[in-house]
Design a protein around this ligand. Structure first.
Ligand code: FMN
Length: 211
């Protein structure tokens, strides 16, 4: 599999907020699986030729993103992959900008982070890819509940007619879930009416974790 012609993987989904969240969630699982198998992948949200796929779409559906799939030029070892993850950590917002405890006014600072039972899984969220690395995810942990919110980037991606930051939230949710699964922790994902209503943030979903 070479660079030319490139191989793509993509998917279509109903153009709604929940559709985009679901797409991000599922597509990130596919991407991570391909990565695990040794393929190089690149999320492409805006910059690919959509017209070629129009015939495949049903009414109301869009293709929020595709990924190029190929063998990387320099087959990376596992050690290199983890080293690259470390590099990514530097490109992310600090933990305390993204994650909170009990309410939005209590950031998970270094001290609280050490005591919070979800920190390990939130770190996987922090490493998640997002459109132009905006990292629009905000998470509040409250007891055994973990609430996910979207903080929109003002005036972002206005030229797109689907909600790319909702896709980012789906990706973040998959990263958190992968962490829980890895540790065989049981949970349910559902909308929770007790989630705080926060001006400027959009509530997305809640993990209720069995502790
Ligand atoms: C939904 C989505 C759409 C993206 N679209 C593009 C794109 O069109 N072009 C591109 O080069 N990268 C795209 N990316 C990749 C992001 O720019 C990248 O994940 C982010 O900058 C973080 O990069 P890093 O994980 O290497 O730090 C997209 C990522 C996501 C999640």
């Amino acid at each position: 599999m070479g660079k030319n012609p490139p191989t793509f993987v993509g998917g279509a989904v109903v153009n709604s907020f929940q559709g985009m969240v679901d797409f991000g969630y599922l597509f990130e699982y596919i991407i991570l699986q391909l990565t695990k198998e040794g393929f190089g992948t690149v999320w492409l949200g805006a910059t690919f030729e959509r017209k070629a796929f129009n015939d495949f779409l049903k009414e109301g559906e869009v293709i929020p993103a595709v990924s190029v799939v190929g063998y990387t030029a320099d087959h990376k070892s596992l050690v290199e992959t983890f080293t690259r993850m470390g590099v990514k950590a530097n490109r992310r917002k600090p933990f305390s900008d993204l994650f909170f405890e009990k309410n939005i006014s209590t950031p998970l600072n270094a001290e609280r982070m050490l005591l919070n039972r979800f920190s390990k899984y939130l770190e996987l969220v922090r490493l998640a890819p997002s459109g132009t690395n905006q990292q629009p995810w905000r998470v509040i942990t409250h007891g055994n509940l973990v609430h996910f919110y979207l903080k929109r980037t003002p005036n972002y991606a206005k030229n797109l007619n689907w909600d790319i930051q909702a896709v980012d939230l789906g990706i973040a949710i998959s990263h958190f879930e992968i962490g829980l699964k890895e540790d065989r922790i049981k949970y349910a994902i559902h909308l929770n009416s007790k989630a705080e209503v926060i001006p400027g943030l959009e509530y997305v979903t809640t993990f209720e974790v069995e502790l």
